[in-house]
Write a protein that binds this ligand. Structure first.
Ligand SMILES: *[C@@H]1O[C@H](CO)[C@@H](O)[C@H](O)[C@H]1NC(C)=O
Ligand SMILES: *[C@@H]1O[C@H](CO)[C@@H](O)[C@H](O)[C@H]1NC(C)=O
Ligand SMILES: *[C@@H]1O[C@H](CO)[C@@H](O)[C@H](O)[C@H]1NC(C)=O
Ligand SMILES: *[C@@H]1O[C@H](CO)[C@@H](O)[C@H](O)[C@H]1NC(C)=O
Ligand SMILES: *[C@@H]1O[C@H](CO)[C@@H](O)[C@H](O)[C@H]1NC(C)=O
Ligand SMILES: *[C@@H]1O[C@H](CO)[C@@H](O)[C@H](O)[C@H]1NC(C)=O
Ligand SMILES: *[C@@H]1O[C@H](CO)[C@@H](O)[C@H](O)[C@H]1NC(C)=O
Ligand SMILES: *[C@@H]1O[C@H](CO)[C@@H](O)[C@H](O)[C@H]1NC(C)=O
Ligand SMILES: *[C@@H]1O[C@H](CO)[C@@H](O)[C@H](O)[C@H]1NC(C)=O
Ligand SMILES: [Ca+2]
Length: 536
């Protein structure tokens, strides 16, 4: 991951209207330092710093964050940094930080989330959102580092990971915000992706008062079954010596090309991006080697390979005949081959089975079967599945949800998001136009897992995907505009730079459609322009 700190947002800040707020501090620095004696339940203040805009915070000095990858973080506004430890039980605690803009506060509160099975305060998200004037909190989700080893022998750490860390951070964070500014926040927001997307929906389902607006990307919903689906791939493709193994080169040179041959044009233009992978019923049999011929590594696949590829692109069912998880969407295989198909056991999944499901550090991911999936889904500790369709309490409290999912996601199949959206629709008995009042779901073509990809993936969901703070081009400011001005999004606009390099200029701009609509190209010659597309 690239935690680039080169993006200064200061010039953009001028564009953001300050919400009405009495929280104007006469001496933001002195008020900040006074927070060091603040007394809050279960909370120890580790340190408090008032930092000027442009500070390059050295994180390795404060924390041992090696596995999280954060070395330093540049901030773009003056801010009060409060670092805390909050006990969540007799044998668990979260590390929590609040980054409170000193002079640029908009009256808004925001919580960031986490990723994978970490363990990591997402400092780039904190810099991004505090830089936009949000009083921001971030927590370590109850343990440190990117692995799930701390779950072993301690279900309180699992509890923190499932929902207690973030909710605790929100409760404490709102109190600190009020202490600092002398007035409570006006609106409360959430921004997260992946596990962070799941945490956003956990708040929607279980803590409906926590937020007015939730931006949830690529959510790791149905978490125990997601961990099972992630464990499946190693057992499908195996090791490099197995007949079913498909090499990285075959994935990109053969399988991905054949998927594009079969499906790229369905949306009206052959541009390397599949707008709606649900329409792609990929036939890997097209790649079968001629009878009797040995599998040809550059031009065709053997029988066992084709069988495994078909399974990866098929919905995955359990011992009880019920869906475990939908299939991997076609289109993501260049990256997915490095994450899943050729990479050996998926570490997050192995951690979940070893340290949570079986309490056995020697559990072997090569032995995984759908029996294990059943054991895991029956456990569902602390309701980590996050799979409730009744979100009417959130609706009734006036909350809004902007849900997005990259259609090239190589880690969490984008096909799980419509399954959840439709569960909500059936459970609350609202059709799409009624759900639009408070819950909108966007399929972002050509976007990988939270970032990257072959399409117009820059939607401002992270610091590194910001092109503008105009609400149409920035999902976070889009949510603010929806919550505070009632401007609900019809589409969200993404951009791609030439070679993903801003200096080389804009390659393409595309409006991504609100589900269940899908994008169709009506002017193939101009496919890089948003006018060439229509949501139908
Ligand atoms: C911030 O500091 C780190 C070293 O701690 C350095 O590698 C990085 O380049 C600095 N970033 C900026 C923008 O100066
Ligand atoms: C996580 O790291 C912080 C900073 O080093 C430390 O204070 C805290 O105790 C650690 N948390 C756990 C659960 O080990
Ligand atoms: C403090 O932590 C304990 C668990 O250790 C919990 O039961 C209690 O509710 C917490 N207090 C507050 C005010 O959150
Ligand atoms: C639980 O603790 C025991 C005793 O310290 C240790 O041997 C075992 O590996 C731990 N199990 C897990 C899953 O962490
Ligand atoms: C891969 O090879 C290892 C070591 O030989 C073996 O233990 C494991 O079962 C194999 N995995 C699969 C999925 O075939
Ligand atoms: C693979 O196919 C190519 C092109 O048809 C052919 O030239 C080559 O000999 C084949 N290789 C094998 C190992 O069959
Ligand atoms: C998870 O998979 C099991 C089968 O192993 C299935 O019974 C269950 O319904 C699935 N859970 C969800 C929320 O889809
Ligand atoms: C997990 O296994 C260890 C032995 O490895 C044992 O000491 C511990 O009590 C077990 N924990 C649970 C919750 O079963
Ligand atoms: C959805 O519900 C609204 C409000 O009841 C109704 O006006 C609309 O026609 C419905 N849409 C469909 C496709 O039935
Ligand atoms: Ca296309």
């Amino acid at each position: 991951m690239n935690f680039s700190t080169s993006l200064f947002l200061t010039p953009l800040l001028a564009l953001i209207t300050k919400a009405e707020s009495s929280g104007i501090l006469t001496d933001p620095s002195a008020t900040c330092l006074s927070l060091s004696t603040l007394s809050l339940p279960n909370t120890t203040i580790n340190f408090v710093n008032y930092l000027p805009a442009g500070t390059n915070i050295s994180l390795s000095q404060d924390y041992d964050l090696d596995s999280c990858g954060y070395v330093s973080q540049v901030i773009s506004v003056d801010l009060c940094r409060v670092a805390m430890e909050v006990k969540t039980s007799e044998r668990s605690a979260i590390t929590l930080e609040a980054w409170l803009p000193g002079t640029e506060w908009t009256g808004r509160f925001l919580s960031t989330g986490n990723g994978g099975v970490s363990g990591c305060i997402q400092y780039d998200d904190m810099a991004y959102t505090s830089g936009l004037g949000f009083a921001t909190v971030g927590a370590n989700n109850g343990h440190n580092g990117t692995r799930g080893i701390a779950f072993g022998n301690n279900t309180d750490v699992v509890h923190d990971f499932a929902d207690r860390s973030m909710h605790t951070g929100v409760v404490i964070g709102k109190q600190i915000t009020e202490e600092y500014y002398g007035s409570a926040h006006k609106k409360s927001y959430y921004l997260g992706c992946s596990t962070g997307g799941r945490q956003g929906f956990k708040a929607v389902q279980t803590y409906p008062e926590d937020f007015d607006g939730v931006v949830a990307g690529a959510p790791a919903l149905n978490f125990p079954n997601l961990s099972s689906w992630s464990a499946l791939f190693y057992t499908l493709f195996g090791n490099a010596t197995d007949a079913s193994f498909v090499t990285v080169d075959q994935w990109s040179g053969l399988v991905h090309q054949e998927i594009l041959n079969q499906c790229d044009g369905i949306d009206g233009v052959v541009d390397g991006v599949i707008e709606d992978p649900e329409l792609c019923r990929f036939r890997p049999e097209a790649l079968l080697c001629a009878p009797g011929a040995a599998a040809n590594s550059t031009t065709c696949l053997g029988k066992e390979q084709v069988e495994a590829v078909r399974k990866a692109f098929s919905d995955y069912y359990g011992v009880d005949g019920k869906l475990i998880y939908p299939r991997m969407q076609p289109g993501s295989e260049v990256i997915a081959s490095r994450v899943y198909y050729t990479a050996g056991p998926f570490p997050y999944s192995s951690d979940w089975f070893r340290y949570v499901v079986y309490n056995d550090t020697t559990w072997d991911p090569a032995t995984y079967t759908i029996e294990d999936a059943k054991v895991s889904s029956d456990q569902n500790p602390f309701d980590i599945a996050t799979w409730h369709g009744d979100i009417s309490a959130f609706q009734n409290s006036g909350g809004k949800i902007l849900h997005y999912h990259g259609q090239m996601d190589a880690i969490i199949t984008s096909e799980n998001s419509p399954v959840y959206y439709n569960l909500v629709s059936r459970t609350v008995g609202l059709n799409s136009s009624q759900l639009d009042d408070f819950y909108r779901f966007f399929r972002v073509s050509g976007m990988g897992h939270c970032s990257g990809g072959d399409g117009a993936f820059m939607i401002g969901n992270q610091l590194e995907t910001v092109t503008s703070t105009d609400p149409q081009n920035n999902v976070l400011m889009r949510m603010v505009d929806w919550v505070e001005n009632g401007n609900a999004p019809e589409t969200i606009t993404g951009m791609k730079y030439v070679n993903n390099d801003k200096a080389q200029g804009v390659d393409m701009v595309r409006n991504h459609c609100k589900y269940p609509k899908r994008n169709t190209c009506v002017d193939p010659a101009n496919y890089k322009k948003p006018e060439a597309w229509k949501c139908v």
